[in-house]
Design a binder for this molecule. Structure first.
Ligand code: PMP
Length: 407
C-alpha cells in the first residue's frame, strides 16, 4: 500500500510486511480437487480422533462444572491440566513444577509468544535447515535475522553451534522433525546441549510429534538436560485433535512472567471448556489406550510410503525412513526444482509441499515433503507413482538440455 492510495487510509505496520501469503498455500488452494491425491497436508488423520471420548468428556464437563467451563479463567491455564502436564513430562525425565507450565492456544501460540518476548528487530535467531515453516511465520514479524545452523542427517552439528553464539535462541525439533522427519539420538542430544550451554545459546524445543513413534520412543527431551536454558513446547493437537487448540509451554521461572503477560495480551486465556475437556480425557489415561492405535495406523502409512518410494522413485532421489511423525522428506537430484514441478504434479493428480519454504535462508529447491498420514495405502501407492513419473520426466528434460549444452 502506498501513501498515494487515497481510497485506502489504513496504513500497515512495518511488521505486517513480514507476513507473507505463502506461494505454496496459494498453489495448493488450486489443488483442492476431490480427485487429487494430496500428500501435502500437515493435518493428522481425522480417523485418529478419539471422538467418543471427547463427546463424553464434553458432556461430563458441562454436567459437573458448567459455569466454570464457560467463564473467564486464569491466563496460566486450568490448574489440574498444568499439573497433569508437569507429571507427564516428569515421566519423560523433565523435573518441573506446574507453575512453569503455561497452557497455550495450540503450540503455535507458544511460538508467537516467544517471538514477542524474545526477539527485537535485528536479533539473531538460529534455526535448523530445514525447519518448521509455522515457526518462521511466528518469529518473522519481530524482524529477526535468521541464521540456519549447519545440520546433517542426525540433526544440528554440535561442533558448528558456536557459529550461532549471540543468537537469542536456537529453535529446534528433536523428535521426528517437521519437515525433515529425523530424530536426534541420545549422543547428539547430549552434544547439542553441551555445545549450546558452552555458547550461552538458549534452546526452544518444539515437540508436537514425540508420542508418534513407530519403532521405539525417542530419548528424553533436551529440556531434561538443560532446564534453565531450554523452553519446551508441547501440544495435544497430534495426540488428541488439533481443533481443540490446546498446547503448552514450559519455561524457566526467569522468563515465565513475561510469557504470561504476552499471553494475557494475546487472548486472556485458552478456552476454559477445551482445557477442561482435554484434562477430563487425559486424566483417566485415555492417551495410553488411544495412542497405540494411532501409532499402528501411522506406522502402516509410513511403511506403505517407504515401499512405494523404493518401488517408484527415480535413481538419484534420497530420503531417510522416519521413525515417527508424519512426513517423508525427499531430496531430488541437484537441479530439480520441486516448486516448479508442483503445477505439473497437480495436473497429474498429486500434490506435495515443495521444500524451499522450510528454509529460513539459502532455500534448497530440490526437496519436498510428503505426508503419509492423510491418504490411505492405495492412494499413497498411486500418488507416489504419479509423482515419480513427473520427476522422471523433469530429469529426462534436464538431461536432454545438458546434452544439448555440451554438444
Ligand atoms: N510445531 C510444529 C513443528 C508443528 O508441526 C505444528 C503444527 N503443524 C505446530 C508447532 C503447531 O501445532 P498446534 O498449534 O496445533 O499445537
Amino acid at each position: 500500500m502506498t501513501d498515494s492510495d487515497s481510497s485506502n487510509p489504513i496504513r500497515l505496520a512495518r511488521r505486517a510486511e513480514r507476513m507473507n501469503a505463502s506461494v505454496i498455500r496459494e498453489i495448493l488452494k488450486l489443488a483442492e480437487r476431490p480427485d487429487l491425491i494430496s500428500m501435502a497436508g500437515g493435518l493428522p488423520s481425522p480417523h485418529s480422533f478419539p471422538i467418543d471420548a471427547v463427546r463424553e468428556a464434553t458432556a461430563q464437563v458441562l454436567r459437573d462444572t458448567p459455569q466454570a467451563a464457560l467463564q473467564y479463567a486464569s491466563s496460566e491455564g486450568f490448574g489440574p491440566l498444568r499439573e497433569w502436564v508437569a507429571a507427564d513430562l516428569g515421566r519423560q525425565g523433565m523435573r518441573i513444577d506446574p507453575s512453569q507450565v503455561l497452557i497455550t492456544t495450540g503450540s503455535q501460540q507458544g511460538l508467537d509468544l516467544l517471538g514477542k518476548v524474545l526477539i527485537d528487530a535485528g536479533s539473531l535467531v538460529a534455526v535448523e535447515a530445514p525447519t518448521y515453516l509455522g515457526a518462521l511465520q511466528a518469529f518473522a514479524p519481530g524482524e529477526p535475522c535468521f541464521a540456519s545452523v549447519a545440520c546433517d542427517e542426525g540433526g544440528p552439528i554440535a561442533e558448528r553451534l558456536g557459529e550461532a553464539a549471540g543468537a537469542r535462541f536456537l529453535y529446534l525439533l528433536p523428535n521426528f522433525q517437521n519437515p525433515g522427519g529425523r530424530c536426534l539420538d541420545e549422543p547428539r542430544r547430549d552434544a547439542v546441549v553441551a555445545a549450546a550451554r558452552r555458547a550461552g545459546l538458549p534452546l526452544i524445543e518444539d515437540n508436537p510429534y514425540g508420542e508418534l513413534w513407530y519403532d521405539e520412543p525417542p530419548p528424553a527431551p533436551l529440556a531434561a538436560r538443560w532446564p534453565q536454558g531450554t523452553i519446551y513446547l508441547g501440544s495435544f493437537s497430534k495426540v488428541l485433535a488439533p481443533g481443540l487448540r490446546v498446547g503448552y509451554l514450559v519455561a524457566p521461572p526467569a522468563v515465565y512472567p513475561k510469557l504470561l503477560q504476552a499471553k494475557q495480551a494475546a487472548d486472556l486465556h485458552t478456552p476454559s471448556l477445551n482445557q477442561r475437556i482435554v484434562h477430563q480425557v487425559v486424566r483417566d489415561g485415555l492417551l495410553d489406550r488411544h495412542l497405540p492405535s494411532v501409532r499402528e495406523r501411522y506406522r502402516a502409512g509410513r511403511d506403505a510410503m517407504g515401499a512405494a518410494l523404493a518401488r517408484h522413485m527415480p535413481p538419484g532421489c534420497r530420503w531417510l525412513t522416519p521413525r515417527g511423525g508424519m512426513f517423508f522428506w525427499i531430496e531430488l537430484p541437484p537441479g530439480c526444482d520441486a516448486l516448479a514441478l508442483l503445477p505439473r504434479a497437480v495436473e497429474r493428480g498429486v500434490a506435495y509441499v515443495p521444500g524451499e519454504a522450510f528454509f529460513a535462508d539459502k532455500p534448497q529447491k530440490n526437496c519436498l515433503r510428503l505426508s503419509f498420514v492423510t491418504v490411505d495405502a492405495g492412494q499413497i501407492e498411486a500418488g507416489v507413482a504419479a509423482l515419480a513419473g513427473v520427476i522422471d520426466e523433469a530429469l529426462a528434460t534436464t538431461g536432454r538440455r545438458l546434452q544439448r549444452a555440451a554438444a
